[in-house]
Design a protein around this ligand. Structure first.
Ligand SMILES: C[S@@+](CC[C@H](N)C(=O)[O-])C[C@H]1O[C@@H](n2cnc3c(N)ncnc32)[C@H](O)[C@@H]1O
Length: 342
């Protein structure tokens, strides 16, 4: 296999573990897919439940992807049913997946437990890098269970890409005590502690289910259970971070992704940022925002002016989706990153 072909499979595997829509996966051409060695690699790295579980996409997703791959091979002009074959392990995986009942969808009442699955995000570094962050989330859930945080949003993937891929981004986190606000799945917090050398990482969110999920399932899935320097904590903006505030914990930097999506929450958010500046030693708040609505973002800028905060926009754009090799995300709606300082 050439280096380019190998990168093609690596890219497919990375997209698959991030549960990218099967229609948008970069599936290599049939001339490559029909090789038994490539099929064996695809089986081993994507469908071998025995070695990959529990961090493997849900059965329904696996079936859709495998069906695409098999159809792509068999429908090609280069396919000769007399000569070529799909290897047995891949065919067995296919028939097993077809015989399984469909994945349960989450409860429509939005009150019971969400249907969560592990999502593995590959770092956007070299194509060979296997480094990843694993979350537990409900990819298609925009709002449910009292929060918008049960999926990782594009602004978090954008911020993660900036922090990973630029020297200025890496320097913001390396050796620093970091607090994340409205962390949702905790994707950025996990990234900072696992791969960007944060000295201390406090993931916070107002939703207790998200924080519980982070502390139990996500720390374990990322082999961070024994790291005393990372935790998740329920923190509702506008309330004290710790009840015992005589010597409040100090941080160097606060971060937040997609926390300015609603004008109603901005006054509370900015009040909270102000408290972080005055009582928790925070010197910078780095915010990544999807600019869906000018009014909402305008309200954020106005609140910064009200508090006399300095605000500067980073001149950073995520690469377009076709050039992404990890932390895959849409860039059609603009995402901007800002530094807010007291
Ligand atoms: C759009 S989600 C973003 C989640 C994550 N940062 C991301 O980008 O994937 C907004 C998050 O802010 C949290 N949040 C909203 N209002 C909050 C409040 N008043 N106090 C604490 N967290 C809040 C929600 O629970 C949710 O997890």
């Amino acid at each position: 296999m050439t280096e380019a072909e190998d990168h093609g499979i690596t890219l497919l595997v990375a997209q698959y573990f991030q549960l990218i829509d099967p229609k948008g996966l970069a599936i290599p051409p049939p001339c490559i897919l029909k090789r038994p060695s490539v099929q064996a690699q695809i089986y081993n790295e994507m469908f071998d439940e025995d070695t990959l579980s529990p961090i493997i996409p849900p059965a329904g997703y696996r079936l859709r992807v495998l069906k695409n791959i098999v159809t792509r091979i068999e429908a090609s002009e280069e396919w000769d049913p007399e000569e070529d074959e799909i290897i047995e392990s891949l065919m067995t995986a296919f028939t097993t997946l077809m015989s399984q009942p469909p994945d349960p969808s989450y409860a429509a009442d939005g009150k019971s437990t969400p249907q969560l699955s592990f999502v593995k995000y590959t770092l956007p570094q070299t194509p060979q890098s296997q480094d990843s962050v694993v979350t537990s989330e409900s990819r298609g859930l925009l709002y449910g269970f009292g929060s918008t945080g049960f999926r990782t949003w594009e602004a978090a993937l954008h911020l993660g890409t900036y922090l990973c891929c630029t020297e200025t981004g890496q320097a913001l986190i390396r050796g620093k005590r970091v607090l994340e606000l409205g962390a949702g799945t905790g994707f950025v917090s996990l990234l900072c502690k696992k791969h960007l050398d944060a000295e201390r990482m406090l993931m916070t969110d107002g939703n207790d289910k998200l924080v519980e999920l982070f502390n139990s399932t996500c720390l374990k899935a990322n082999k961070l259970t024994d790291d005393a320097h990372i935790q998740g904590k329920v923190w509702e903006w506008g309330t004290p971070l710790f009840q015992e505030e005589s010597s409040p914990e100090q941080f160097d930097i606060a971060i937040g992704a997609d926390v300015t999506y609603d004008t109603a929450i901005i006054p509370l958010l900015m009040n909270t940022v102000s408290t972080l500046f005055t009582s928790h030693g925070v010197k910078k708040f780095v915010l990544s925002a999807t600019i869906r609505n000018k009014d909402t973002f305008g309200a954020f800028l106005a609140a910064c002016r009200k508090y006399n905060f300095r605000i500067a926009k980073f001149p950073y754009e995520s690469p377009p989706p076709e050039d992404q090799i990890g932390f895959f995300h849409e860039t059609r709606i603009r995402i901007c990153t800002y530094m807010v300082e007291p």
